[in-house]
Design a protein around this ligand. Structure first.
Ligand code: ADP
Ligand code: MG
Length: 729
């Protein structure tokens, strides 16, 4: 009998490799061709309008109505010329995905005629009926309207013949209902105070902004096999599946030759991404079979976040053209590596300095050390919040599973920087300053090599690692909207730098020289932030013990981790920098907790349904065959031979029976637990009940199902197996 699984497998064998036709030999010919970039603006806008957009991008100046109309009309002309028929405000609601509502440019004008219309007001602001977006109680349904407002710092683009205008999304009362708003606010907070610190060293700095280069990991699975796995379809992960005899143990996939089907998908994805101005640069195989990664050249963080959101959407779209499904779930398959999204983060100035790059002169190096040490201190003081920023149900399966950093946040800085910090720490105060007039020669900062070679040897197990000229935050999940870890990182850094400037001022007001003051404070920060520094193996048991001694938090689950998001300390922090108020924080907390509950609930239902409707009937069918067989043996054999020769069958029958009843019992208990959890009204209690009472059944049930997979005749097993899902043919 050919079941769904076999027809799916057959389809995978008939996939043609269709090579991609490039729009041009040179990427530069089409790079950004679908974006309303500054260079396009210069072409389409009047000098006055162009200057205003530039000022708005650089300084956040408001764009007035008249100019907005001009820009709208230019965008319309450009977009229609590129085949766009519709436009939409494109935003990041708190679902974590992106949202769009398309409106046609065409506007009826009577007499059966229409004109293409797009006014400044439609560009700048819209009021989508947003009542079905999660708002965590900010917006009650009777005042359903929120509004979206244009973010000119992220260029408009055309996707699927629709002009997409990146926007923020806020409620009528001004509370943010999205990810972009707090990100932009955090960047502005960081800018203000980081510029002040920069000016200790470089008077000409006027702007500081975070940069982000993300590395997106993902799995590809054949579309037909995907469709034959209801768990993948409904949850993005497999809830069952015995491990394949071979998966990643030979390490033969990592950086290996890219399978032709995957390579063609990647090329197509790159073309689409490049047209939209996403600077994809690298592609390679990852550790697990059918796992891959792509990464762009880094950009200013807001743009990079938009580009990542857009890329995840493109992956979905392009993958279908190649009969693939992209899995962005953090842990689609048990037993092989899950997927993350490393966030490479640094700070840059409008004068072209990377503030995390060791400099050529002692003064540059002091600036470098100043920013570096402030980051250490910020992460040390806010490790729980940073952990909370990456919490999700999917990521819980990854963090601390010996393939990804643990749920404990620590910072790796490498041997050379450690040595430098140790030297600074040991310097007696003022020894750093010699009686010399020039600023540079006064600073006796230990020499730091410009290129930190040993850092590229990198401790791969650290969740937050300094990699030569940037920090790499590795605990972020593959499906996450990276705006969240980014706005947390920006805000804790802004807060730390603010404290730093206050302390510097306090000392200088007492007549202490500023360089003296800076040194004095940095020395103290180095000492105080020491517990967050860890250079060893973060995957080891020893680190768990050591981290506990250092009083670092270790929140293994999302509901526990998220508590840091609504602590008094966090509320004050975000309020101080006007990134979010208490209401906005609570809303996000509620939404995240609810999402956790719903995800576990859905997974539990899928698991129960599959166990009862797919697995058990198959097991019973096979068991009946064994029983038939045993009956037959009894007929043809004498009773002595029967006892001797039927042992295998009889044992299998018993074994299968045991698994069947264990699965049935497990599903019943899990369903009961779910009912109990559903009746709890407090969201924290409910999430904890889902974790402690419902989720705990998943692995037990799975164990029995996976055992059955090994016992039951392969011919009748209904679900594509790991060996089939994981390897491209
Ligand atoms: P890896 O070996 O981890 O892949 P790469 O040097 O290739 O490291 O960089 C990974 C990512 O880090 C890329 O997206 C790259 O653009 C980004 N990156 C490099 N420098 C910076 C920086 N100053 N700020 C932010 N991201 C950066
Ligand atoms: Mg990396």
């Amino acid at each position: 009998m050919a079941n769904f699984r076999f027809s799916a497998l057959k389809q995978t064998l008939n996939r043609p490799i269709r090579e991609i036709e490039y729009p041009s030999n040179k990427v530069s010919d089409y790079f950004g061709s679908m974006t309303f970039s500054l260079s396009v603006m210069r072409e389409y806008l009047t000098e006055e309008a162009f200057k205003m957009v530039q000022r708005s991008i650089q300084k956040g100046d408001r764009i007035d109505r008249k100019i907005a109309d001009q820009i709208a009309s230019a965008i319309k002309a450009w977009a229609i010329g590129k085949g766009a028929t519709h436009y939409t405000h494109w935003f990041h609601p708190l679902t974590g995905a992106t949202a769009e509502k398309h409106d046609a440019f065409a506007q009826p004008i009577g007499n059966g005629k229409a004109i293409e219309e797009f006014q400044g007001s439609s560009l700048v602001q819209q009021e989508p009926d947003a009542s079905s977006f999660p708002s965590g109680g900010i917006r009650s349904t009777f005042e359903a309207r929120g509004y979206t407002a244009w973010d000119p710092t992220s260029p408009a683009f055309i996707l699927n013949n629709t002009l997409c205008i990146p926007t923020i999304f806020v409620s009528y009362t001004g509370e943010s209902l999205d990810y972009k708003t707090p990100l932009l606010r955090s960047m502005s907070a960081l800018d203000t105070v980081a510029v002040e610190v920069c000016r200790y060293f470089n008077r000409d700095v006027n702007k500081v902004f975070p940069t982000l280069g993300w590395e997106q990991e993902y799995f590809l699975v054949d579309l037909a096999l995907f469709a034959a796995r209801p768990d993948l379809v409904l949850t993005g992960k497999t809830v069952f599946g015995h491990s394949s005899a071979k998966d990643q143990q030979l390490s033969d996939h990592y950086f290996g030759t890219i399978h032709d089907r995957a390579r063609v998908f990647m090329q197509d994805l790159e073309i689409e991404a490049h047209k939209l101005g996403i600077p994809l640069k690298t592609r390679h195989n990852e550790v697990a079979p059918s796992q891959f990664e792509c990464a762009p050249v880094y950009e200013e963080a807001n743009l990079a976040v938009d580009h990542n959101q857009l890329l995840m959407h493109l992956m979905e779209k392009v993958s279908r053209r190649h009969d693939f499904k992209v899995l962005l779930h953090e842990k689609p398959y048990a037993g092989v590596n899950g997927s993350g999204k490393h966030n490479n983060w640094s700070l840059a100035t409008d004068t072209g300095i990377n503030l995390l790059s060791p400099g050529k002169t002692p003064k540059d190096n002091l600036r470098f050390i100043t920013f570096l040490v402030n980051i250490l201190k910020a992460v040390h003081d806010n490790e729980e919040l940073l952990r909370a920023s990456v919490a999700s149900e999917g990521n819980d399966l990854r963090l601390g599973a010996n393939e990804a950093p643990p749920a404990i946040i620590s910072v790796f800085i490498g041997e050379q920087i450690t040595k430098t910090l140790n030297e600074i720490e040991k310097m007696p105060l003022k020894q750093a300053l010699k009686n010399n007039n020039s600023f540079d020669s006064k600073i006796n900062i230990p020499k730091i090599p410009e290129i930190l070679l040993d850092n590229t040897d990198r401790n791969r197990t650290s969740p937050f690692a300094f990699t030569g000229n940037k920090f790499e935050f590795r605990a972020v999940g593959s499906s996450a909207n990276t705006a969240k870890p980014m706005f947390v990182l920006n805000t804790i850094m802004a807060d730390q730098l603010l404290n730093f400037t206050i302390e510097v001022k306090k000392l200088t007001s007492k007549g202490i020289k500023r360089e003296d003051a800076i040194f004095d404070i940095l020395k103290r920060y180095i000492k105080e932030s020491k517990p967050i520094r860890f250079e060893g193996n973060s995957y080891s048991e020893k680190w768990l013990e050591e981290a506990a001694k250092r009083k670092l938090s270790n929140h293994r689950s999302t509901p526990e981790a998220l508590q840091a998001f609504i602590s008094d300390k966090t509320i004050q922090l975000f309020k101080r920098h006007k990134v979010m108020n208490e209401k906005e924080l609570n809303a996000r907390y509620e939404i995240k907790m609810e999402k956790y509950v719903k995800k576990v609930q859905i997974e539990s239902r899928v698991l129960g349904d599959l166990a009862l409707n797919h697995i058990l009937p198959t097991a019973v069918q096979y068991q009946n065959r064994l029983i038939e067989n045993a009956r037959g043996l009894k007929e043809v054999l004498d009773s002595k031979s029967f006892v001797k020769l039927s042992r295998g069958q009889l044992n299998s029958i018993k074994e299968i029976s045991n698994h069947i009843s264990a699965i049935k019992e497990g599903v019943e208990q899990m369903t009961e637990a779910r009912k109990k959890a559903n009746s709890i009204s407090d969201i924290y209690e409910q999430a904890m009940a889902y974790k402690d009472l419902v989720l705990v059944h998943f692995n037990t049930i799975r164990k029995h199902v996976d055992k059955l997979e090994m016992l039951v005749d392969d011919e009748i097993w209904p679900l594509p197996k790991y060996r089939e899902l994981l390897f491209l043919k």
